[in-house]
Design a protein around this ligand. Structure first.
Ligand code: ADP
Ligand code: MG
Length: 692
């Protein structure tokens, strides 16, 4: 399709922009005409004067305010039932009341942004609006709001206000829109109930009403999801197109592996093993995610796969995100393999050069069967004689890009990813959308229960008393802190300070250790080993213990400033205890600053279902924060919201996978537009040659 407007041109040449504005726009990450066109408003406000909530006086006749709904309730008692809600803007809170407002119970929900206008009134000393006229501004479903009242609010920068951006885009729109070409076919759009691309692009900036904006959002969100899922489908097709060595599990191999294990596999482990065995038996690379809550026994399942590969004379890489975890895997595997002929080694960053050279040589010659390590295993110089299986523990720390980099050329290894972070379904489709999934949803028998309690800092005396009692009984305890060193901009007690206090005053009778991320690896390993082997009874730690550490005798955990952690993270932490037969206690110490954080922590006290907790965490904090500062590998989405748009995402996923299945390298003429879009958004990463 020929277009007169080149949307790839530098933004400076867009009518009405010029060099000065262009520099300012660059500051917002807008480099091309296309970037400008897809710089969408964050929300819409009423064009009519919206006043800050704090400025509303109790006797004003005509008030218009807008804000986010923080609370709702319906009071049906009394003579005049009413619906009440509280809204909040940057300046304050305001109560809105509708008598007989039962019809609003479903319409107004916490989290949406509404605007209201009406007369103010004073009730028991506070200002309220009674029966105001309601307008729902931000509501994904879209509602009725008259056209000229919508004022776009753009994410502003230091040198450009939202209004200035709005003006630039308003002027540029008529010139740029003709450059927007449709790449989905008419009948397809119709089938999916989607509006055209040009219309959507226009309505994203200047909708006639919120309904039209909803339509535009839906179209653009679908498009984003489709591209993302097509990229995943392609990645999957590429990962499985190379040949792999078939490694069927014979009854003899199965018997030999199982006699090595000191226990019987759970039903869930057996199911996962069967799924993995079926994958390994094929001459196409396995591409599977093994997920399950902490302590459910994933390592053993991975070891089953590893020993299958070894039985077929292939080498295995076992990769963990930290040296501590790599060491733990190594020790555990060694213990299972005692007396067998399987040859195992470690490869981590901090090893002496000679030791490292030795391991590398043995890997290259094929003498080593299994190598356990960290990302040091990704180095160029690591060569294998016959790599058959790659196991990666705690995958999300590596990110999708690294996943591809270990794959190399020629025969592809089978590939098993383990994660103990329960990933909500929505995110799983995005992060692991190119993988098959096995889930272990059952804990091995004979575990104690874990009780979780929320306490205030004022109750620490009692907590310490409880801890002393447990320690006297011979148990071990973790004390977890969110920070390592005291920093001046926060009043948090840091692990280092707390360590001193616990050691000298609070728990002087027990050997106590400190571990945190900034310590040299050798020191960390040393402390960890002392704790695992019981020479240290109390371990003060920053979040380094979060992943995978296994000390069955440690059944007590005190988490300070629990409100500073994410729910999923706390769940992970808690998974460190309750791994033995004894009951365990997790004590969350927090002085919740807001209702939200108390509500959040309460979820942990009530359930130990990791998926439920993850869904809740995601709902409360959104995908970005869900993973915290971790490298999460989520694609940047401009319009789609992985939580709100879940159904749309699923639809787009089905469509994308159908397209790629039918045309795995996107060569057919009717897929060329999709191919171009994919190249534009994902570039060379997809290994899609231009043209085709
Ligand atoms: P994950 O990696 O899923 O967090 P692990 O594989 O470390 O869990 O297993 C947790 C603990 O449970 C380990 O000590 C392991 O030996 C033990 N375990 C695993 N599977 C079983 C089983 N089927 N029966 C009894 N204990 C098991
Ligand atoms: Mg593990």
């Amino acid at each position: 399709m020929e277009s007169r407007v080149d949307l790839d041109m530098p933004v400076q040449y867009v009518a009405g922009v010029g060099p000065v504005r262009a520099t300012q726009l660059e500051g917002l990450g807008i480099h091309t005409a296309w970037d400008l066109l897809t710089y969408f408003p964050r929300r819409f406000d009423l064009r009519r004067q919206v006043q800050p909530i704090h400025s509303v006086r109790g006797d004003e006749e005509a008030v218009t305010v807008a804000g986010k709904v923080t609370d709702t309730r319906f009071v049906s008692r009394g003579k005049r039932p009413f619906f009440e809600c509280c809204i909040e803007d940057d300046s304050g809170y305001l109560t809105l009341k509708w008598f007989g407002g039962a019809y609003l119970i479903r319409r107004i929900v916490v989290g949406m942004t509404i605007a209201v206008s009406g007369a103010a009134d004073t009730y028991r000393g506070s200002v309220q609006l009674i029966n105001p006229r309601l307008q729902i501004i931000y509501d994904v479903q879209g509602t009725d709001l008259a056209s000229d009242e919508l004022l776009p609010v753009y994410p502003a920068g230091n040198s450009l206000s939202s209004a200035q951006i709005a003006l630039i885009i308003r002027k540029a729109l008529p010139r740029l829109l003709p450059g927007v070409t449709e790449w989905l076919e008419g009948p397809f759009l119709q089938k999916r109930g989607l509006i055209g691309r040009q219309a959507a692009m226009a309505a994203m900036h200047r909708p006639e009403d919120t309904d039209q904006w909803g339509q535009a959002r839906r179209r653009m969100a679908y498009e984003e999801c489709l591209l993302m899922q097509a990229a995943l489908a392609l990645q999957r097709a590429q990962a499985t197109e190379r040949p792999a060595h078939a490694m069927p599990v014979t009854p003899e191999i199965d018997r030999r592996i199982r006699t090595r294990l000191p226990f019987t596999l759970t039903g869930a482990q057996d199911r996962a093993v069967a799924e993995i065995a079926a994958d390994l038996a094929r001459a196409r690379p396995m591409n599977r995610l093994l997920q399950g809550d902490v302590g459910c026994g994933k390592t053993v399942v991975a070891l089953y796969a590893a020993l299958t590969a070894v039985a077929h004379h292939h080498q295995v890489v076992f990769m963990a995100p930290t040296e501590i975890l790599a060491t733990q895997h190594y020790n555990k595997i060694i213990s299972y393999l005692a007396g067998s002929k399987v040859r195992l080694a470690m490869l981590v960053g901090g090893q002496p050069a000679r030791k490292r050279q030795y391991v590398l040589a043995q890997l290259a010659s094929g003498e080593l069967n299994i190598v356990v390590g960290t990302h040091a295993l990704l180095g160029e110089e690591v060569k294998f004689r016959n790599l058959g299986l790659v196991v990666i523990d705690e995958q999300h720390k590596f990110g999708v890009a690294q996943r591809a980099s270990i794959r190399g050329k020629g025969f592809a290894p089978h590939y098993l990813v383990m994660t103990a972070t329960p990933i909500p379904r929505t995110l799983a489709l995005t992060l692991f959308g190119d993988l098959d999934v096995s889930t272990i949803d059952e804990l091995p028998p004979g575990r104690g229960t874990t009780q979780t309690q929320l306490v205030r800092p004022g109750q620490m005396g009692q907590v310490l008393q409880f801890v002393r009692q447990r320690l006297t009984e011979g148990q071990q305890a973790y004390f977890i802190y969110p920070l390592v060193n005291p920093s001046d901009n926060t009043e948090l007690t840091a692990a280092v300070q707390a360590f001193g206090k616990l050691r000298d005053r609070e728990l002087p009778d027990w050997p106590i250790g400190l571990i945190h991320g900034q310590m040299p690896t050798a020191d960390k390993d040393h402390v960890m080993r002392d704790f695992a082997e019981g020479r240290i009874k109390v371990l003060v730690a920053s979040v380094v213990v979060e992943v995978g550490i296994d000390v069955p005798n440690a059944n007590l955990m005190v988490v300070q400033h629990a409100d500073r952690f994410g729910l999923a993270q706390l769940h992970q932490l808690r998974g460190r205890i309750g791994r033995g037969r004894q009951d365990a206690w997790c004590i969350l110490v927090s002085s919740p600053g807001s209702e939200v954080s108390a509500q959040r922590l309460d979820v942990l006290c009530k359930t130990s279902d990791g998926f439920k907790i993850a869904e809740e965490d995601l709902r409360l904090r959104g995908p970005g924060e869900f993973f915290g500062a971790r490298q999460h590998g989520l694609p940047e989405l401009k319009v789609a919201d992985l939580v709100e748009d879940f159904e749309l995402l699923r639809l787009a996923r089905r469509d994308a996978f159908a397209i790629i299945q039918q045309d795995p390298s996107l060569e057919q003429p009717h897929n060329q537009a999709l191919r171009r879009e994919l190249r534009r958004v994902y570039g060379e990463r997809l290994h899609l040659a231009a043209g085709g």
